[in-house]
Write a protein of this length. Structure first.
Lengths: 273, 305
């Protein structure tokens, strides 16, 4: 055991604790100041209020933006997950030349500057004569969601025992029947997890939406617009807190499902491996 | 009849079917991935090619002149504004990736070597803030570092300073702090994965052969985990060079980066070819910088052994 440690565990634990504080600190200030009576976010806190939250439903522009975000999020997550399922299944199940290159290309949006991805798509869409709308935002979001969807789904599909499918086929199930009755139940948690992850990304995504939308705003674009006005800050903090909570809940459920999916396929595979 | 016909040759049937399956495996695999592949081709590769093409063209008001020219690149590389913005962006992304990796390494090490049963919980804890809106996180840093912000009011409340400091917000340090925070998870995960692959018996062997803890870390664990560092550095460096939101919100005048100039060319300034040339230049240079960083880390890794 001694061999494993080059620093005493205590110091590392302290570092880990401080690091977590550093990661969470900025995120924690949003909710704190969103329930503070003072309109500017500073210490000392002046008192507890929910008035900033109560104002939110009375803002039509905000409700429109929320509705737009919902439409974009649902469409983008469904499309990205469908494309992700096809790709993840192909990558984990088949071996063929060019597989790694194609995978690399599909994953590329993850490591490219978003501005460059956004302006490239903007140029093409304008050239093609597409008018900018929520539809173009969905197209953009699907592209950047696919890598995340792929990551979640590959971890769910990997270790998936092929012999189960072969057994089902040998026992006379059609290809579709096998997919529906054997494959799908095994990978369903991973698929739902992918949907939730993609929805969260789309809900929070700003740059692509900012470049590719026409006149309709999504929630982050609405927030961006409000940031110019110092007086609107408390409302933005309240809205931001709600978004934080939504992201947190969605990602927690997604993570639980993803783990369940991984465990399920590994257990089933482990029996036969 | 049918029962007998179906019942007698099942073995041969399955084998034939399996053979056919194996033979067509590449075809099936490729067919399955082709929709996603096509999507990436049409919405990523084609657009990037269009951007590259534009960078060699000229814009006259609303029409694009498709005659080949290198003028945009001359402007992008020699005009002081763009040259300075480019240098600053490269400096910021290099610094950010350095700090992200250096700060991330110990935590990845901690999770991998001391995480015990709670490894995945730790990883989840670390990735959670990353899943919250990037825009909101940048906004919180503005709230923290601002003139009337958390840090200033907190320090004044404690009596450390008498009046708010203006040095915190609207400069490149604010951009570096915000980006280092925003990209933490991207550095931790690859380093963690490579640390997980380090064979623990090798570390023990080094200790048994008389290496102290620090020495065995430097000579065994660190070089063996270099692949993680090698992938973490470019993963942080390349996207941060083109960051738009952070410089816009916390950068002020001194923290403007190249992405803000690129956006201006596609917005107010309406010079797409110049915007395209700036994008291509940035991508090429940051790729070279990332490549050089990888080579340097590899050289250091070899030295350590």
């Amino acid at each position: 055991m001694r061999a494993r440690r080059f620093l005493p565990g205590g110091w590392l634990s302290l570092y880990a604790f401080l690091y977590i504080v550093f990661l969470y600190l900025p995120v924690v200030f949003l909710p704190i100041f969103s329930i503070n009576t003072a309109p500017t976010p500073k210490f000392p806190l002046t008192g507890y209020t929910l008035k900033w939250y109560e104002d939110l439903p009375n803002t039509p522009a905000l409700l429109d933006a929320a509705w737009n975000s919902l439409i974009v999020g649902v469409s983008a997550s469904v499309l990205a997950t469908v494309l992700g399922i096809l790709a993840a299944r192909s990558i984990t199940r088949y071996r063929y030349p060019g597989r790694r290159t194609i995978n690399g290309l599909i994953m590329a949006p993850l490591v490219l500057p978003e501005v460059i991805v956004a302006i490239s798509m903007l140029l093409v869409m304008l050239q093609l004569g597409l008018s900018l709308s929520l539809f173009t935002v969905v197209l953009g979001h699907v592209l950047i969601c696919i890598p995340y969807s792929m990551t979640v789904l590959t971890s769910g599909f990997e270790g998936f025992d092929r012999s189960l499918e072969e057994a089902s086929a040998d026992l006379g199930e059609s290809a579709f029947g096998t997919f529906r009755r054997v494959t799908l139940p095994m990978v369903a948690p991973a698929i739902i997890s992918s949907l939730l992850v993609c929805f969260t990304i789309s809900l929070d995504e700003f740059i692509i939406a900012f470049f590719l939308t026409g006149t309709e705003a999504t929630l982050p674009i609405y927030i961006w617009g409000q940031l110019r006005f110092a007086s609107k800050l408390p409302g933005v903090l309240a809205l931001g807190t709600l978004l934080l909570i939504a992201s947190f809940l969605l990602m927690t459920v997604a993570e639980i499902l993803r783990r369940r999916a991984a465990r399920r396929t590994q257990n089933e595979g482990g029996l036969y491996a | 009849m049918t029962v007998a016909a179906e019942g007698s040759p099942p073995l041969r049937m399955t084998r034939a079917r399996r053979n056919a399956l194996l033979q067509s495996e590449p075809v099936q695999g490729f067919a399955l991935i082709s929709p996603t592949f096509l999507y990436a081709l049409v919405l990523l590769v084609l657009p990037i090619l269009v951007v590259i093409a534009h960078s060699f063209w000229t814009q006259h008001y609303l029409t694009i002149d498709g005659t080949f020219t290198l003028e945009n690149y001359r402007v992008a590389l020699t005009e002081p504004i763009y040259r300075d913005l480019l240098w600053r962006s490269l400096y910021i992304s290099l610094t950010v990736s350095f700090f992200t990796v250096v700060l991330a390494y110990p935590i990845a090490y901690f999770i991998s070597f001391h995480g015990g049963r709670h490894k995945s919980l730790w990883l989840f804890l670390i990735t959670i803030p990353f899943w919250t809106s990037y825009l909101l996180r940048v906004m919180s840093w503005k709230v923290i570092l601002g003139y009337n912000g958390v840090l200033n009011s907190g320090l004044m409340g404690l009596g450390v300073i008498d009046e708010p400091s203006t040095a915190l917000l609207y400069n490149s340090s604010a951009v570096i702090i915000t980006l280092t925070h925003a990209w933490a998870a991207f550095a931790i995960l690859p380093i963690f994965i490579s640390l997980e692959k380090v064979d623990r018996t090798l570390v023990e062997a080094a200790t048994d052969l008389g290496d102290g803890p620090l020495r065995s870390f430097l000579r065994v664990t660190l070089p063996l985990s270099a692949p993680g560092v090698i992938s973490a550095a470019p993963i942080v460096m390349i996207p941060t060079v083109g960051d738009y939101v952070t410089p816009k919100l916390v950068g002020g005048k001194d923290g403007v980066m190249i992405a803000n100039a690129i956006q201006a060319q596609f917005g107010k300034a309406a010079n797409w070819p110049l915007g395209a040339a700036l994008s291509v230049t940035t991508m090429v240079i940051v790729t070279l910088m990332a490549g050089a960083t990888v080579l340097i880390i590899r050289a250091l890794q070899r030295l350590a052994r």
